[in-house]
Design a binder for this molecule. Structure first.
Ligand SMILES: C[S@@+](CC[C@H](N)C(=O)[O-])C[C@H]1O[C@@H](n2cnc3c(N)ncnc32)[C@H](O)[C@@H]1O
Length: 289
């Protein structure tokens, strides 16, 4: 049976027996450094047990004997693919439809009405779900739009759904959710905008037209040229350190159009230079001034 003494190795700086595989403080710090450089995610010592449990199966799959061997592999040129697998294994993808409902209420009652009217006259509407995980967030935005304007897919209205993890991007693009996942979707929207697909529920063509999925690293290059009237970046920056968080928020300012709205997660608070350009207009809801 796997066993680890979380934190002990990091505190003492010595090698500890950790069950099936040995995970030393040095190994942990190497993994944390790679993850930080590749994604901006900061792993405190308290995450040592998590690293062990999420990566032990990778060591088994690769037939490796120790985390040291694994670290060497992901640090070398032959380990590029595994480095991405490691990143995907260490990210947290928890999400659900209409998570933090007050943001969708704000979208429906404040932000969207004038934008959708403008779209009917030929205007352009762009919303970004940055760190979209398995697609529940961008599809909740699409459902909010379709609930107000059923023919929205015929207009210039699009949602960019991006994430660093290729697995969640592929999942979102496939757009099939099980019974439990669609529970939070109001029955009327569920009936109209999902179709039965085997044991699951497949998003409609209209939802697929509205939402485009892309792999995008928030600490890397952003290829988008145009701005957005709303950016959702919720429960993503909690995994970053403060300088990375502030850098991302200030980069958002280059993409958020005047009077555009930034929605952040319930445990996040806006700090740094971006906060000078935004005013709080609702719970974790900021409008560009
Ligand atoms: C907890 S989920 C949040 C999903 C959704 N925004 C929500 O609130 O329900 C965090 C997501 O951020 C993504 N993420 C972490 N670091 C990232 C980075 N550097 N660039 C883009 N996405 C990242 C993870 O892959 C994960 O899918």
């Amino acid at each position: 049976m796997s066993r680890i003494l979380p934190g002990t190795a990091a505190q003492s700086g010595t090698v500890q027996p950790t069950g099936e595989f040995e995970l030393t403080q040095k190994d942990f710090l190497r993994i944390a450094k790679i993850l930080y450089e590749d994604s901006g995610i900061a792993l405190p010592d308290s995450k040592m047990a998590l690293v062990y449990s999420r990566l032990a199966k990778r060591l088994r799959a690769l037939g490796m004997q120790s985390f040291r061997q694994y670290c060497e592999h992901v640090s070398g040129s032959e380990g590029v693919g595994e480095r991405m697998t490691m990143l995907a294994a260490l990210t947290t993808n928890v999400t659900h439809f209409f998570r933090e409902m007050h943001h969708f209420d704000h979208l429906r009652t404040d932000l969207l009405p004038p934008l959708l009217e403008a779209a009917k006259r030929g205007g352009r509407v762009r919303i970004w779900s940055a760190g979209c995980s398995n697609g529940h967030e961008p599809y909740s935005i699409a459902l909010t739009i379709l609930g107000m304007m059923p023919d929205a897919a015929n207009y210039d209205i699009r949602i960019l759904a991006s994430d660093i993890d290729p697995n969640v991007v592929a999942f979102g693009r496939a757009g099939i959710y099980d019974d439990a996942a669609v529970q939070p979707v109001p029955m009327e929207l569920r009936r109209r905008w999902f179709q039965r697909s085997g044991n699951g529920h497949s998003v409609s063509e209209e939802m697929r037209t509205l939402v485009s999925f892309r792999e995008l690293n928030l600490i890397g290059e952003w290829p988008m040229k145009n701005g957005f009237q709303a950016i959702f970046c919720r429960n993503v920056t909690i995994y970053f350190d403060e300088p990375t968080r502030q850098k991302i928020w200030s980069r958002f300012m280059k993409y958020l159009e005047p009077a555009g709205v930034l929605y952040i997660g319930h445990s996040e608070r806006l700090t740094g230079s971006a906060s000078d350009q935004l005013s709080l207009v609702g719970t974790t809801t900021y409008r560009r001034t």
